[in-house]
Design a protein around this ligand. Structure first.
Ligand SMILES: NC(=O)c1ccc[n+]([C@@H]2O[C@H](COP(=O)([O-])OP(=O)(O)OC[C@H]3O[C@@H](n4cnc5c(N)ncnc54)[C@H](OP(=O)(O)O)[C@@H]3O)[C@@H](O)[C@H]2O)c1
Length: 299
């Protein structure tokens, strides 16, 4: 371990970073330095037991980011918009890591980015949790950090929580409400992202300086509903909700998700073939639901 190159992993106690840290540890190609604000939490302890160096670091504290990156060969960087709902804060965190990576001469950063929808749409559409990551991607490249951006499709895990089918008031079926019309939406289990990122670190040449969209497969809402119906043995249907109706649902992120789906309807580039090449074990939605149906047993 002592003479292996080090990859600093931000968000290592979370879904993306956790998957990445574990996959890199399994590959044995690099040593992992897991960064967390709380080194005593159970997920940090598990990472230490798996062989990671676990250090305290906060994306709002420049000195700790610098210490986390010092001496590292590379870094996986994810920022969590949903913790504060501020594009400004997310951009600030991302640019601070980029500046530190530049100063310290990191050789490869894999950044969990997304498209700058506001710029791409000429200001017509804003999706703050995409736009900020898009600005940070542009900044990494502008200042000359060797960086690969991984743009993740919607997590399949969302179907176990915020996109869980809801029992229809007027019948014994469940409806799946996502404003995608009949356009396929890409998805991936976040647990399958780690091996993709580990492959990118192990063979950097092909994807250095590029953005790559990750997806296991793209299904229409009715196709997602069909998979759920078949595996759960319950009738699940596409609610056929429009973005206009969705944004009026009234929960805090309704407008954000409606705008995200408006953008998804333009079919942003998500490379299913490349994702399967980088992680041959990437799961289909059907496999994912079969393995996780316990989480939907109260439906
Ligand atoms: N859900 C989706 O379908 C989807 C798809 C594509 C992209 N995304 C993006 O994924 C991101 C969230 O990633 P995730 O799902 O892995 O989140 P998560 O499971 O909630 O984990 C968040 C991680 O971020 C770390 N973190 C948060 N604030 C930090 C700070 N100030 N300093 C250091 N670490 C900090 C946390 O570490 P500690 O608490 O241990 O410090 C934790 O490990 C969001 O920005 C979202 O836009 C989501």
């Amino acid at each position: 371990m002592a003479n292996k190159k080090v990859i600093a992993v931000f968000g290592a106690t979370g879904a993306q970073g956790g998957s990445v840290a574990k996959a890199i540890l399994e590959s044995k190609n690099f040593a992992v330095r897991a960064v967390t604000r709380d080194v005593t939490q159970p997920k940090a302890v598990v990472l230490r037991d798996l062989g990671a160096e676990v250090i305290k670091g906060d994306l709002n504290d420049e000195a700790s980011v610098e210490a986390a990156l010092k001496g590292a060969y590379g870094a996986f960087v994810v920022t969590n918009f949903w913790e504060h709902l501020s594009k400004k804060k997310e951009v600030c965190q991302g640019k601070m890591v980029a500046d530190a990576a530049k100063r310290l001469g990191l050789q490869h950063v894999v950044y969990s980015g997304l498209e700058n929808v506001k710029r791409l749409s000429g200001g017509k559409l804003e999706v703050p949790h995409f736009d900020g990551k898009g600005e940070v991607e542009e900044y990494f490249w502008a200042i000359g950090v060797p960086m690969t951006s991984v743009r993740l499709a919607a997590y399949f895990e969302n179907f176990l929580s915020m996109w869980k089918p809801v029992k229809a008031a007027d019948g014994d079926y469940y409806s799946l409400a996502l404003p995608m019309a009949d356009i396929p939406m890409d998805g991936i289990s976040v647990a399958d992202v780690g091996p993709v990122v580990s492959s990118i670190f192990s063979s950097p040449e092909e994807l250095l300086g590029k953005a790559v969209g990750l997806s296991a497969e793209a299904l229409t809402v009715q196709q997602y509903a069909d998979v759920l119906s078949k595996i759960l043995g319950k009738k699940v249907r596409d609610a056929k909700i429009t973005p206009e109706a969705y944004e009026k649902l009234g929960f805090p992120a309704a407008e954000e998700i409606a705008n995200m789906c408006r953008f998804y309807q333009t079919r942003p580039d998500r490379d299913v073939k490349l994702t399967h090449r980088l992680n041959p074990k990437v799961k289909s939605f059907s496999q994912f639901i079969s393995e996780n149906q316990g989480a939907l047993k109260d439906m």
